[in-house]
Design a protein around this ligand. Structure first.
Ligand SMILES: Nc1nc2c(ncn2[C@@H]2O[C@H](COP(=O)(O)OP(=O)(O)O)[C@@H](O)[C@H]2O)c(=O)[nH]1
Ligand SMILES: [Mg+2]
Length: 204
């Protein structure tokens, strides 16, 4: 009998990857830059289901202040990045539109941590994501995606206050279009997860 079919291999490539793979979710409001971030850091051609917005989206997908945005993500983005030879992050960009919020709770299961992307022109769009993450006790960092036409120039301290973010939640600036910037957001999250794990270990 063929040994390959008579017994299961000790390790399959997928299991190996899963063992070191961390599931990370990128959440945030509509047009905040989730697809852009996943695309700029992913080492595989990211899957996404970007659709040109149709007449039907008018009034449903609010584009106020986002004059250049003509596509919308109807499912989610998926990408992958290896931080080092042991650590692979699987990235899921979760749809920000209110009508997709029911998907988030499913998506959060098995998620080690999340990145909340914030656009300071539409800060309130992040409230729901932060709320859900706190509810699920999913650790997260908040990354402010600075847009060129954002003249508000809020400081990180002001943003922390506006979002009622506790001091222990990392808050950083980023440019979702730049790979090194997106990568540093992810490293920030992994560091945060590591610190939380260490703190848990220290508590008797
Ligand atoms: N100027 C500028 N544009 C950005 C930035 N991040 C994303 N965009 C653009 O903003 C639009 C919305 O980004 P997208 O990633 O589709 O948002 P999503 O709905 O969160 O997935 C796209 O046209 C992006 O090219 C940024 O940091 N600066
Ligand atoms: Mg998108």
């Amino acid at each position: 009998m063929d040994s390959a079919t008579s017994e299961l291999p000790a390790r399959t490539p997928l299991a190996d990857a899963a063992e070191t793979g961390l599931k990370i979710v990128i959440v945030g409001g509509f047009g905040v830059g989730k697809t852009t971030l996943v695309r700029s850091v992913s080492e595989i051609r990211p899957l996404n289901t970007e659709e040109v917005m149709t007449q039907a989206g008018i009034g449903v997908d609010e584009t106020a202040g986002l004059t250049t945005k003509t596509t919308t993500t109807v499912a989610f983005d998926f990408g992958r990045i290896s931080l080092n030879d042991r650590m692979v992050l699987y990235l899921f960009g979760a749809p920000g539109q209110e009508r997709f919020w029911f998907l988030w709770d499913r998506l959060f299961s098995g998620t080690l941590g999340a990145v909340v992307l914030v656009d300071t022109r539409r800060m309130s769009e992040s409230w729901y994501a932060i709320d859900r993450l706190e509810h699920h006790r999913t650790p997260f960092v908040v990354a402010v995606n600075r847009f060129d036409d954002d003249v508000s120039a809020f400081s990180l301290a002001e943003i922390r206050q506006a979002l009622s973010l506790p001091d222990h939640v990392p808050l950083i600036d980023c440019d979702a279009r730049v790979r090194s910037s997106g990568k540093s957001v992810l490293i920030n999250l992994v560091d945060h997860l590591y610190e939380l794990a260490m703190a848990r270990e220290m508590t008797p």
